[in-house]
Design a binder for this molecule. Structure first.
Ligand code: ADP
Ligand code: ZN
Length: 656
């Protein structure tokens, strides 16, 4: 049998296993069963791909999304691995032919959807095939707890009985305990070894900003920090998806909408463009993204809050799978909080379910309002303690100032009581500030003892106090009219039994004057020089040409991280090229020369690059962005294949 480490090096071009990979691979090679919980981007695929290459026979990979199988297989073919998929996108003659080849042992890996795998016919064919292992990807789909439940996954429990001697490995990025229990029970993995990796994604920078003008905030973020980079923007409703995509387009950015209300062809086309083009922004409802292996998504932005912290971690996990710096950004407001609360309260769910939902919402709010390190809050939710502040989230980078709002909170609460616990923030702030508005006078609220007692805070500060008290559950909001009420938790505050500390919101960003720009916070690694950056761009251009010629996404040829390594090392011959991380034997043979050409051609370009980098520092010119080759939009049209979203399954509905 070949050695796993040799395969890692020669086929995939990597020097060492990451974290638990080596142990998992050994366990699988030895014929054990495994449940692997690893964050997105952690490197789950190699955990079954390498045992598939080491063990004799064919590995069956169960994957829920047939639209993505083609790319997964395409990536393996690039590594020189014999792989295929068999699904309903293929003409039945072709599928039958591939099944014959599978039985003859011609493939190392075969990707199938669960509903096809579990048909009696396919089972019988498998019984006549030498099998290396079963890999069940996105295994959380078997759980009703998870948000991607797929009933077909339930049938997979039969694998244990039908093929007791074949090792099975289930993989997921979902960590919570009920889901984990479900997977073990439903897939009969009681005897499997469970591998739980650390859930930290250190290359993702977490940021939460207060909603001011969300579309403008988003546009500026993309223009200033993520120009020409792939991004996913999540919105709650289809309408908002459409409007946001249109807004970004109008601002000159390349953006497409994605939601379940779109025609399946359009949706598929947009997903395909996202995978194949560079620097496209997909604006989507929360249904978008499962199984998308695109490694170079640099930004995941939430214009509306996610459903839970768990969902947030999954969604933001789609950023930076290649390990290069990426950003998770959320824009959030008090109105969102009220709306989410309202949705829970007015829903038809039984009270117990509502209680859980409220708790989930509470955790999400804690995350949004925290003055602590955001990564510490996130990881604690998954049962992990991060000993020190991370240094790569907004609260670490710019520590939040806190202030004691006990007295203002008491003033506000007594004002709420005096006005009858039915008025919203605007009116209460007027009373506190002593503004004799028509309404205040009409209601005789100018005669209350709390009229004008709050002059020490500005209206914005009062709104911030109210938002944070509400988020912390120290006040309740009437869902219909927005009136504020006290609750049990308010009492100790009112009685002065506890102090209330709150974050001091940053001043709203001043409107920028025309021409004024912030410097770009580059997502390029800090060690990258300007010369490397230009070479990196040149390597990317060559990659794009190759990817179009071959009809595969650019990252299937080489990941950004591989091109970065190439730009730093600047290999001058094939032997040196083979040392670059991510360049295995097959890719070296196929692409080594062409990328060496780019590097050789660039040797004379260094002086020019230096000049360019000096110019960046010239204050008279303002801050210049590294120039990127302009693309003709007409060039970007690529052919795409229309495939059903799932194997014989309708697409999922929007969540809202
Ligand atoms: P997951 O399925 O867990 O989200 P992937 O299997 O897609 O993650 O791997 C994420 C990225 O990490 C891929 O770009 C992959 O090539 C890379 N990777 C995985 N294992 C290693 C390793 N041992 N060394 C270097 N890169 C790795
Ligand atoms: Zn931090």
């Amino acid at each position: 049998m070949p050695h796993p480490l040799d395969i890692l090096k020669t086929v995939f071009g990597y020097d060492a296993f990451r974290d638990a990979q080596a142990e998992i691979v050994d366990h699988m090679v030895g014929g054990g069963d495994a449940l692997v919980l690893m964050p997105t981007g952690g490197g789950k695929s190699l955990c079954y791909q390498i045992p598939a290459l080491v063990r004799p026979g064919t590995a069956l990979v169960v994957s829920p999304l047939i639209a993505l199988m083609k790319d997964q297989v395409g990536a393996l073919l690039e590594y020189g691995v014999r792989a295929t998929y068999i699904n309903s996108s293929l003409p039945s003659g072709v599928a039958a032919e591939l099944e014959e080849q599978m039985m003859a042992g011609e493939f190392e890996l075969v990707y199938v959807a669960p509903e096809r795998l579990m048909t009696e016919r396919f089972m019988q064919r498998l019984a006549q095939t030498q099998l290396a292992l079963f890999a069940i990807d996105e295994a959380h789909c078997v759980s009703q707890w998870g948000h991607d439940f797929r009933p077909e996954y339930l049938q997979l429990s039969a694998l244990a009985k039908r093929f007791p001697q074949i090792p099975r490995i289930a993989l997921t990025a979902t960590a919570d305990v009920p889901t984990r229990k479900d997977i073990i029970e439903r897939l009969q993995l009681e005897k499997a070894r469970v591998f739980i990796s650390g859930f930290d994604r250190p290359n993702i920078r977490y940021r939460v900003v207060l909603k001011d003008n969300p579309r403008r905030q988003l546009t500026e973020l993309i223009q200033e920090e993520h120009a020409d980079e792939a991004a996913i923007v999540y919105c709650m409703t289809r309408k908002r998806v459409e409007e946001t995509a249109a807004h970004l387009e109008a601002a000159g950015l390349k953006a497409v909408p994605y939601h379940a209300g779109l025609d399946a062809r359009v949706r598929h086309k947009h997903q395909d463009r996202f995978l194949r083009e560079e620097g496209l922004i997909v604006v989507a409802t929360l249904a978008f993204g499962m199984g998308i292996d695109k490694p170079d998504v640099r930004l995941v932005a939430h214009l509306d809050p996610p459903r839970s912290l768990e969902a947030y971690y999954q969604e933001t996990g789609r950023a930076g799978r290649d390990g290069l710096p990426a950003q998770a950004w959320m824009c959030y407001s008090a109105a969102d909080v009220a709306m989410l609360r309202g949705m829970v309260d007015s829903g038809d769910a039984p009270e117990e379910q509502k209680r859980i939902e409220r708790q989930r919402l509470g955790t999400l709010l804690d995350y949004c309002e925290t003055t602590q390190c955001r990564r510490q809050v996130l990881l604690r939710y998954f049962g992990e303690e991060l000993a020190q502040r991370c240094g790569n989230c907004d609260t670490c980078l710019k520590p939040v100032e806190t202030w004691d709002v006990t007295v203002p909170a008491q003033k506000l609460m007594s004002c709420i009581v005096r006005t009858g616990q039915r008025f919203g923030a605007a009116h209460l702030v007027s009373v506190l500030l002593g503004e004799a508005t028509d309404r205040v006078v009409e209601l005789k609220h100018d005669r209350l003892s709390t009229f004008g007692i709050g002059g020490e805070l500005s209206p914005t500060q009062w709104r911030s106090v109210i938002r944070q008290l509400t988020a912390a559950g120290l006040l309740d909001v009437d869902q219909q009219y927005g009136g504020l009420r006290l609750n049990e938790a308010s009492q100790p505050v009112l009685r002065g039994e506890c102090a209330v500390m709150q974050r001091q919101d940053p001043d709203p960003p001043a409107r920028k004057r025309r021409g004024e720009k912030k410097t770009r916070t580059s997502t390029a690694p800090a060690s990258v020089g300007a010369g490397d950056e230009k070479l990196f761009q040149a390597l990317k251009s060559r990659r794009l040409i190759l990817s179009r010629e071959q009809g595969v996404p650019p990252y299937v040829i080489f990941h950004d991280s591989t091109l970065r390594d190439m730009a730093t090392r600047r290999p001058s011959d094939l032997a040196a090229m083979g040392q670059v991380s991510g360049v295995g034997a097959a890719k070296l043979k196929r692409y080594g020369e062409t990328f060496l050409e780019v590097i050789a051609g660039y040797a004379g370009g260094d002086a020019a690059a230096k000049k360019q980098s000096n110019r960046v520092d010239d204050p008279a010119r303002g801050s210049a962005k590294p120039s990127r080759p302009k693309r003709d939009p007409a060039d970007m049209h690529l052919e795409f294949v229309v495939e059903p979203f799932y194997d014989d399954e309708p697409p999922p509905g929007d969540f809202f």
